[in-house]
Design a protein around this ligand. Structure first.
Ligand SMILES: Cc1ncc(COP(=O)(O)O)c(C=O)c1O
Length: 380
């Protein structure tokens, strides 16, 4: 009996060591500013396209160095508006990665266009730029790389292919706001950059939100009009659009979060590097996602790979470490997208079976990080 009790105590889940993403610590640090910003909106009452919307857009285009920023309802909506502004039509093709959140391909399909999936690099998990050109056809309109986990893809190579073949490039930067590529900011690396302010993203609001960035005046105008039902003036519908605005209150929250955003980005980068040093080549078959030396990752996720992923996940759960899998099935193997799949994409499939994301957030205490890393090494 006693033995059984001891065995069951050993198997009982421990208290959770940390949250996967701790947004409460961030709120505690910014409570006064966030509350004051929200209160101001409640007082002035302009809940749609209030002054905070333009204020945020001004702050964000200055931050990224892009000429224009247009906020919108979500990262998903940003992708849709970008494709619509580029006039992507049914039957057109858009080259993208299968190893991403569904929204990337979903918006292409929603417009009647076809996602063409190109395989990824095994070490960064980003689209393999070397394989893009062979996928270009007469119907290709755009290339849509994703800055996965917070690290931009090979944007110079991708932009060069696009320039040669007369294509647009949309960076799906939902996970990478604040990251840099050769010293330039994510979201300002191509024709259009799209980001998300989903609460757990590197720059998050308290609901849904997103933004588009471009240096092209005509595209910026199109994006602004599409965001409000294609209106160029009140009830002047010059094009078909969507109801895609970001609420004033959500813009106010992001404005308050900008106060310590640079510190948060620095912490994300440092935490990623600390994980790297604790985990890299420390256990057989455990690999960390590589960050190229000419860019940074803001670690929307900190992700490692192991062929024994499910066992590691179980073991971490037992030790009180929450984890997630981004993403267990690449899109070309998802029922909604198999019809677009160009056959086997071996790297995406292999990586999807091995990835596991660990807790990361700016306020993560160093000793918690050390404990998570020890648990990973023990379970790997
Ligand atoms: C790569 C990628 N694209 C698009 C999106 C969609 O963003 P949102 O949730 O703001 O619509 C996400 C969000 O998880 C994402 O990770």
């Amino acid at each position: 009996m006693e033995q059984a009790q001891r065995a069951s105590a050993m198997n009982a889940p421990r208290q959770m060591l940390t949250e996967f993403v701790d947004l409460k610590a961030q709120y505690a640090a910014l409570r006064e500013s966030i509350n004051a910003r929200i209160q101001k909106v409640l007082d002035h009452g302009q809940f749609i396209l209030g002054p905070e919307v333009a204020e945020l857009e001004g702050r964000l285009f200055a931050y990224t160095g892009a000429r224009h920023c247009v906020t919108c309802a979500s990262g998903t909506e940003a992708l849709l508006i970008a494709l619509m502004a580029l006039d992507v039509q049914p039957g057109d093709e858009v080259i993208t990665t299968p190893f991403t959140f569904a929204a990337t391909a979903e918006m292409i399909v929603l417009l009647g266009a076809k996602p063409i999936f190109v395989d990824i690099e095994p070490d960064t998990c980003n689209i393999d730029a070397q394989k893009i050109e062979e996928a270009v056809t007469a119907r290709t309109r755009a290339i849509m790389p994703v800055s996965l986990y917070g690290q931009p893809a090979d944007m110079d190579e991708i932009n060069a292919i696009a320039a040669r073949r007369g294509l647009a490039v949309i960076e799906d930067a939902a996970q990478s706001f604040g990251a840099t590529y050769k010293g330039r900011k994510s979201c300002n690396l191509s024709t259009i950059g799209c980001t998300s302010f989903f609460p757990s993203k590197p720059l998050g609001c308290y609901g849904d939100g997103g933004a588009l960035f471009t240096n092209d005046d005509a595209l910026a105008r199109a994006m602004r009009e599409i965001r409000v039902h294609g209106q160029s003036g009140r009830y002047q519908h010059t094009r078909v659009g969507v109801g895609g605005r970001m609420d004033t209150i959500q813009c106010a929250v992001v404005l308050a979060k900008l106060e310590r955003f640079e510190w948060e980005i620095m912490r994300r980068i440092e935490t990623g590097r600390r994980y790297d040093s604790l985990l890299s080549e420390r256990a057989p078959d455990l690999r960390v996602v590589q960050i190229r030396s000419d860019r940074t990752s803001v670690h929307a996720q900190y992700t490692v790979m192991t062929p024994r992923r499910d066992r590691l996940q179980e073991e971490l759960k037992r030790r009180g470490v929450p984890t997630a899998v981004h993403y267990p099935v690449p899109l070309h193997r998802q029922p909604a997208y198999t019809r677009y799949g160009g056959g086997a994409l071996a790297v995406s499939e292999s990586v999807a079976a091995q990835v596991i994301s660990l807790p990361i957030y700016p306020d993560m205490a160093p000793h918690i990080l050390e404990q998570v890393a020890s648990a990973v090494l023990a379970g790997a």
